[in-house]
Structures are given as structure tokens and as C-alpha cells.
Design a protein around this ligand. Structure first.
Ligand SMILES: *[C@@H]1O[C@H](CO)[C@@H](O)[C@H](O)[C@H]1NC(C)=O
Ligand SMILES: *[C@@H]1O[C@H](CO)[C@@H](O)[C@H](O)[C@H]1NC(C)=O
Ligand SMILES: *[C@@H]1O[C@H](CO)[C@@H](O)[C@H](O)[C@H]1NC(C)=O
Length: 607
């Protein structure tokens, strides 16, 4: 016989259906002793919890205030709210278990309904994309699956509102919504009505391609212009008139300008580009907002003219931007007209031209930049006196390109906020160029914090310069896929003659064989701050593992969390699992070992 339900659980069920069904809440519920009240919170589905929290009488909180000393009260009051928050968090966790780690906010009620509304809108977007859709977004039915999550069981009678329609969810929970991602079909005038209770801060727009979408979107932007701080476009096709309309809808009355801090257009294209002028509203957007701190045009088929004009406007208006990302476009030649006369005298006349004082990060990855571009960049970067992070990976600038940048790197290390992070992956560099670079970097006043020269065919000869460079205070070094080979690793190992401050190193895909392990065992004792090592795909024989493990036993690297040894063809020997158990950091294995048939993992070892 099944166990009879307890009286308490019967009561809680009754309270739950009362909360879901009716508009009236028995005041007695709020009189419950706290252990029962807390048990109730943990039991209620979202919709019921929402009602209970919303209807909580103010004087209930005040009661606590009167009966206790202030500081105690404060604790009690916080505790009650805290219990609500904990209930929301556990509801969130049970509905979106994979997502919970990413949440940074502490207001779980807000996040719960925001995510719920996003789910409803995603479902609605799928319906609204069908040819059979009759045009009324608010009428779209939300699936039973979603309704069940918030506590609505099928066939239940609910007072007088229609819980199953999108409009209910928008109007009811829009208040809690700050961030939304909207597909084009949702960018229509009706959405302004549906989302009228929201004060949106962060909008992601997908597939905006027609005037209809832009018109709808602009209405929504105007409605939220006082609160919007972040706008992101993905997979959009933006003509100049679209760009004008969008940028023109962002004005805040309270500021006489826009309040956007993050503006990003990703995997999209700008149509009908004028080679000598940007859309005027974009110009005014870029030049007027002092709040703008990150600007990303990434993978947008931008050409040199567009990039030149953007950079020119930012510079002319001394923009306070801190992040500029122009990666994955085609902007080679963008700085060819850059006026270098200003800088080429014996004493570069700093101060007489504008500069981007706040710019810290510049990403120019994947733009087919050549050595001439590197040469021009060297001068342009003099206008960016506080640049800390530069990525020019995936550009064939070659040795000549890197040679023209070396004087800049040296100068940049003398500033008070020096260049710290440099990425030069896959730049068609050779051993000569990189040796020159490393030699220069090894003597800097303020050495780099991180460097990547990965995926350049450098060969074993670069080891000498690398060894010397390891002795600077470099923290993160990526030298994966540079063709170091056994002899390179052997030389590198001999090159380590002083303590290294490395925290992360990538030596993957270098065909180092046993010498990889020898290098590693030396590094483990000379780099006490090491946290992560990627040594995967190095053709290490299984005996190497013994070398590495004995080094791990005596290692001084107490911080080591991860040593990746995948991609080496070792059979699944019983010894491997005991090693996993032996070396752990906070209960997790440090070693990442090849899983069974490694032959299935694609082996990308192109130099
Ligand atoms: C659209 O269809 C829904 C049912 O899917 C219906 O409830 C609604 O009344 C229709 N709206 C219009 C404007 O025809
Ligand atoms: C549900 O509502 C309908 C009409 O509003 C009513 O006829 C029916 O009896 C109700 N069912 C329940 C279980 O309350
Ligand atoms: C290490 O470098 C290789 C080759 O460039 C790359 O494929 C891999 O993703 C890098 N590992 C990490 C952890 O970044």
C-alpha cells in the first residue's frame, strides 16, 4: 500500500492550486510560522510563487520591523526575501540545469522570467515564420511543455486570463525582462505592445534583412532608448537606409545622445556601401556617444574604405572607445592614406593630433593584411597610446611585416600602460622573423604578459630565442603547431636556465616525441606558477608518461590544474587510470589522457 500523504503535503497542495486558480490569497498563509512558509516556497511552481511573492503584504515585513530591533529586522527581512530568491534559483536550476553556471546575476526571479519569456518568444518565432501564420503574435499558443514548467497543468481552468497565449507571458513577465534575443519575425510593431512592460537593456537581433523588420525594430529601439546599453546584430543585411534608421532610433532624450555602450554587428553585411562616406546616422552614432566602449564589426565583409572611415571618425572625435574589433573582414590597405608625416620626424609630435586614449584592445585578425599594412599599423598605433591587447593573427604579414612592427613593440613597452598581450598566430612568419621578434621582446623594459606565435612554420631553430624568452616574466605562451620537433624541444629544454613565471603554455602539435616529455619535466620544476599545459598531439610514446609522472611527483607546480596529453596514441593501459587518480587538483584529474581509439580524432598537424 502506498504511504498516506502527510497532512502538511495535502495542505501545501491545496494552497498551490488555490494560488494558481484564484485571485484571492488567504492572508493566513503569510501568518505561517517560518519553517512552514519556507517549506511552501520550496514546493510551489513558478506561477504560484510569483503570486505569493507579489501579494505579500507590506505590513508583513513591517511587522517584523516593529517586533525586533532594527539590525535583527534587517536580517529577517533579508532572510525572507533571501528565501524567495533561493526558491527561484532552484526553480531555474531544475528547468535549465546546463545554463545555471553562466548566470552572473543574483536576482533569480528576474532571470527566471527573463529566460522563460525568451523561451516563449523563440517558440513564437518558429510559429511566426510559417507561411500559415495569420499575423497576430500575441495570439500564438505557447506549448504545454513550457506551461507545465511554470505550473499550469493541461485542462486546468484558470480564472479569466488566457495563459496559453504569448501575449499573457509578455505582459505578465515582460517587467522582469532586460535582455532579449529577437528574430526578424518578432521585429514588428505588435512587439512594442507586447513588450511595453519591459525596460530592455540588451538586445540581440537576428536575420534583420527587410524594411519591415527594420521599421518594427526601430519602434522597439525608440521605446527602449532610455535603457538600452547593448545592441548586437547577427546574420543581418543592412543597407545604408537601414543603418540610418537604426542609429537614428537610439537617441536618449535625457542625454541628447545615445546611451549605447556595446555595439556589435557580427556575420552580417552592409549593402550599397559608399566608398567615401558612411551612412550619416552611423557617423553621428560613432562620434556622439561618450558612453560607447566596445565596437565590433566582425565577419561583415567590410572593405578598406569602411574600416578607414570608422577609424578616422573615432580618431577625429577622440572617441573613448576601449575595444575595437574589426576581425574577419577584408580591410587590407585600410591605413594606406594614414598621415604618417605627423609621426615620422625625429621627435614624433605627440599631442598635436587626436588620439584614442581609452582604446585597450584592437582585434584585426583574419583580414588578409600584408607587410605594407603592418608598416602602416606601426604609425597608426602611435595614436593609440594605451593599447594593451593586439591581435593580428591570420594575416600573411610575414617576416617583413613583423620586422616593421618590432620598433613599435619596443616603444610600447616603455609606456606606463604597456602593450601586454600580443597574438601573431598564422602570420606566415619564419624562424628569422620570430627570432628577431623574441630577441627584441626579451629585452623589453616591461615584458609581455602573453604571446602567441602558434601555427607559424618556425622549425626547431627558433628554440634558442624561445628559451631566452621563457626567462622573461611572460605568463602565457602559445607555441602550438610551430614545427619544433624533437631537436627543438631538446634545445628549448637546455635553454631553460632560470625560473619561469609561466602560468599557461601551449606546445601542442609539435611532433616532439620523447623530447616533449623531457622538456615538460624540466619545465615543471622551473615554472612553479604553472596552471595549464597543452601538450597534445606530440607523437609521444607511452613511456613518456612515466617521465612526466615522475616529474609531477616532485613538481613545484602546486597550481597545476590541467595537463593535456590527448592525441598521443597510447593504448588504454590499466596504468592510465591509476595516474588519473594519483594526480588531482581539487578532486579533478590533472591529466587529460587520450581516450580509446585516438585514430578517430582528426590529426591536424599542418605546419
Ligand atoms: C490568428 O490565429 C489564432 C489561432 O492560431 C486565432 O486565435 C486568432 O484569432 C487569429 N487572429 C487573426 C487576426 O485572425
Ligand atoms: C471550467 O470552465 C468551464 C467554463 O468556463 C466550466 O463549464 C467548467 O465547469 C470548468 N471546469 C472546472 C473543472 O472547473
Ligand atoms: C594549442 O595550440 C594548438 C595549435 O595552434 C591549437 O589547436 C589548440 O587549440 C591550442 N590549445 C589551447 C588550449 O588553446
Amino acid at each position: 500500500m502506498a504511504k498516506a500523504p502527510s497532512l502538511i503535503s495535502l495542505c501545501m497542495k491545496a494552497v498551490k492550486s488555490e494560488l494558481l486558480r484564484g485571485d484571492y490569497i488567504l492572508p493566513a498563509i503569510y501568518e505561517l510560522p517560518s519553517h512552514l512558509f519556507d517549506a511552501l516556497l520550496a514546493f510551489l511552481p513558478p506561477l504560484a510563487l510569483q503570486k505569493l511573492q507579489r501579494e505579500m503584504p507590506l505590513e508583513k515585513l513591517n511587522d517584523y520591523d516593529e517586533s525586533l530591533h532594527d539590525y535583527v529586522n534587517y536580517g529577517r527581512k533579508r532572510k525572507r526575501n533571501g528565501n524567495f530568491n533561493a526558491a527561484w534559483k532552484s526553480l531555474f536550476e531544475s528547468r535549465w540545469p546546463l545554463y545555471v553556471e553562466q548566470i552572473k546575476s543574483d536576482d533569480w526571479q528576474q532571470i527566471y522570467w527573463e529566460t522563460h519569456l525568451q523561451n516563449c518568444l523563440d517558440e513564437a518565432a518558429a510559429v511566426a515564420s510559417l507561411p500559415s501564420f495569420n499575423g497576430s503574435l500575441g495570439e500564438i499558443k505557447i506549448s504545454d511543455n513550457i506551461l507545465l514548467y511554470i505550473g499550469l497543468e493541461g485542462g486546468m481552468n484558470h480564472s479569466n486570463c488566457d495563459y496559453s497565449k504569448l501575449s499573457y507571458h509578455c505582459l505578465q513577465f515582460g517587467y522582469h525582462t532586460r535582455c532579449l534575443s529577437l528574430q526578424n519575425v518578432l521585429c514588428v510593431a505588435e512587439s512594442c505592445q507586447l513588450l511595453r512592460n519591459s525596460k530592455l537593456q540588451n538586445l540581440v537581433l537576428c536575420w534583420i534583412r527587410s524594411k519591415e523588420h527594420v521599421d518594427g525594430l526601430c519602434k522597439l529601439l525608440i521605446q527602449n532608448s532610455e535603457t538600452l546599453t547593448s545592441l548586437q546584430f547577427i546574420h543581418c543585411k543592412l543597407s545604408s537606409s537601414f543603418v540610418n534608421a537604426i542609429c537614428g532610433s537610439l537617441h536618449r532624450k535625457s542625454m541628447q545622445t545615445h546611451g549605447i555602450q556595446h555595439f556589435s554587428v557580427h556575420t552580417s553585411s552592409f549593402l550599397e556601401n559608399d566608398p567615401v562616406a558612411l551612412p550619416p546616422q552611423l557617423v553621428s552614432f560613432l562620434s556622439s556617444g561618450r558612453s560607447l566602449c566596445s565596437l565590433k564589426f566582425c565577419d561583415d565583409h567590410l572593405d578598406r574604405n569602411f574600416a578607414r572611415m570608422v577609424f578616422g571618425i573615432l580618431l577625429d572625435t577622440s572617441s573613448s572607445l576601449s575595444i575595437l574589433d574589426l576581425s574577419e573582414n577584408n580591410i587590407a590597405g585600410w591605413l594606406s592614406n594614414f598621415n604618417r608625416k605627423l609621426f615620422s620626424g625625429p621627435q614624433p609630435a605627440l599631442g598635436i593630433h587626436n588620439s584614442l586614449q581609452s582604446l585597450r584592445l584592437l582585434n584585426l585578425r583574419g583580414n588578409d593584411l600584408r607587410k605594407e599594412d603592418a608598416d602602416n599599423l606601426r604609425f597608426a598605433l602611435l595614436c593609440v597610446p594605451n593599447l594593451e591587447n593586439l591581435d593580428i593573427s591570420d594575416n600573411p604579414i610575414q617576416d617583413d611585416g613583423i620586422r616593421s612592427l618590432i620598433p613599435y613593440f619596443v616603444k610600447a613597452s616603455e609606456r606606463c600602460s604597456p602593450l601586454g598581450d600580443l597574438k601573431l598566430e598564422n602570420c606566415e612568419l619564419s624562424c628569422n622573423g620570430v627570432t628577431q621578434l623574441l630577441d627584441a621582446l626579451s629585452t623589453l623594459k616591461k615584458p609581455l604578459n602573453s604571446l602567441s606565435v602558434a601555427d607559424n612554420g618556425l622549425g626547431s631553430q627558433v628554440a634558442a630565442a624561445l628559451g631566452k624568452f621563457l626567462g622573461t616574466s611572460i605568463r602565457v605562451l602559445d607555441m602550438g603547431g610551430i614545427g619544433l620537433g624533437s631537436s627543438g624541444f631538446r634545445n628549448l629544454q637546455q635553454g631553460i636556465i632560470q625560473k619561469s613565471r609561466l602560468v599557461k603554455i601551449n606546445i601542442s602539435k609539435n611532433r616532439g616525441g620523447t623530447e616533449t616529455a623531457n622538456f615538460l619535466s624540466k619545465l615543471l620544476s622551473w615554472a612553479p606558477e604553472l596552471v595549464a599545459v597543452d601538450a597534445s598531439y606530440n607523437l609521444m610514446p607511452v613511456e613518456s608518461l612515466t617521465v612526466i609522472c615522475s616529474a609531477l611527483k616532485v613538481t613545484k607546480s602546486h597550481h597545476l590544474r590541467c595537463l593535456d596529453l590527448t592525441g598521443n596514441t597510447w593504448d588504454n593501459q590499466p596504468a592510465l587510470s591509476s595516474m588519473l587518480a594519483e594526480f588531482q587538483y581539487n578532486g579533478r584529474p590533472i591529466l587529460i589522457l587520450p581516450s580509446l581509439p585516438t585514430s578517430e580524432i582528426p590529426y591536424d598537424d599542418d605546419p
